[in-house]
Design a protein around this ligand. Sequence first.
Ligand SMILES: Cc1ncc(COP(=O)(O)O)c(C=O)c1O
Length: 400
Amino acid sequence: MSDHDDLDPLATAHLDTLAIRSGINRTAEGEHSEPIFATSSYVFENAAEAAARFSGESPGNVYSRYTNPTVRAFEQRLAALEGAEACVATASGMAAILSVCMALLKSGDHVICSRDVFGTTINLFGKVLARFGVEVTFVPLLDDSAWRAAVRPNTAMLFLETPSNPLCEVADLAAMSALARESDSLLVVDNSFCTPSLQLPLEMGADIVVYAATKYLDGQGRCMGGAVLGSAIHMNEVLMFLRTCGPTMSPFNAWVFLKGLETLRLRMEAHSRSALELAQWLQQQRGVEKVYYCGLKDHPGFALATQQQKGYGGVLSFLVEGGRDEAWKFIDATKLVSHTANLGDAKTTIVHPATTTHSRLTPEQREEAGIAENLIRLAVGLENVVDLEADMQRGFAQIR
Ligand SMILES: Cc1ncc(COP(=O)(O)O)c(C=O)c1O
């Protein structure tokens, strides 16, 4: 055996190899697929070991609220893909965002949050955390001067998603991380739409990445879950919150996400390819006013997305000619795609943002954010694009 053969084969492995091979801690049974550890607690050898485990002096399992081998395997695998020092898995995407905030913010801190993030994230900052003395300012994702003007001495966190939902606006992650440095705050990026397969925010200077694993990490719309990634120091704080407050990922869900990660690169490439094809096709259809997809050359975020992403993702939206009536008629006429607000699934989904995902905004806020009444969002799945186009034709037939 040469010296070279002694090296860990994963030390130089690529993302798709890491997605399949990292985080494996095979047991004495020699199982090939990762086992599901359906146990709430663990047996200690003796009293001294129990004491050492509880104090944290000795590593190892204690109780599945914060230590479970299947969940750990998922955390290790995702950390390997993200190039993060550590990962903490959570019960849902919202639990991931809450855990970051509870671990790293305190009463009196100020957060600047993109206006163009998931609606429940807006409510978490604006309604829940506000009750605990955390101040928040919402700013348009791409308005650099608004971000700068919002900075205060007590600003502790900048929070954003890129590309945004549903208009695919692309934030400059290097510039945002520079602003985080200047304002002595943490840049937290919700990377649920891109996944580590398409975008690595930590490499571009973000401090923390959060995921709704519920979306593309699962990939087939089966389980709720989330994850937080970043430095070991920050993740220790997040883990302490998880241990104390309990928004824990279940071992079964962790196993589903482990399996999901194995096909992540292939899926993200396919989602991106099909979304681009469908976006280009939609641009040519009579009855379409505008298509929003950052993979289209005429999208304002195209150059930046090309530079900081490995693909453009599966989410696109478009304006049909007319208003709410036409958008609803279009959606109701489709038969193949699923009418549901979820995304990141093998099954393509369609939704009317103004009256569903963004319905809690006031009409003025929706107008400001570009969520028009004639806007339709598609999260393009893995079906054959020709069949998706045929389904869209059913919609067009109702409004032309
Ligand atoms: C970008 C983004 N972040 C976070 C969440 C919340 O994730 P979960 O539904 O798993 O709590 C969602 C859910 O749709 C989302 O789209």
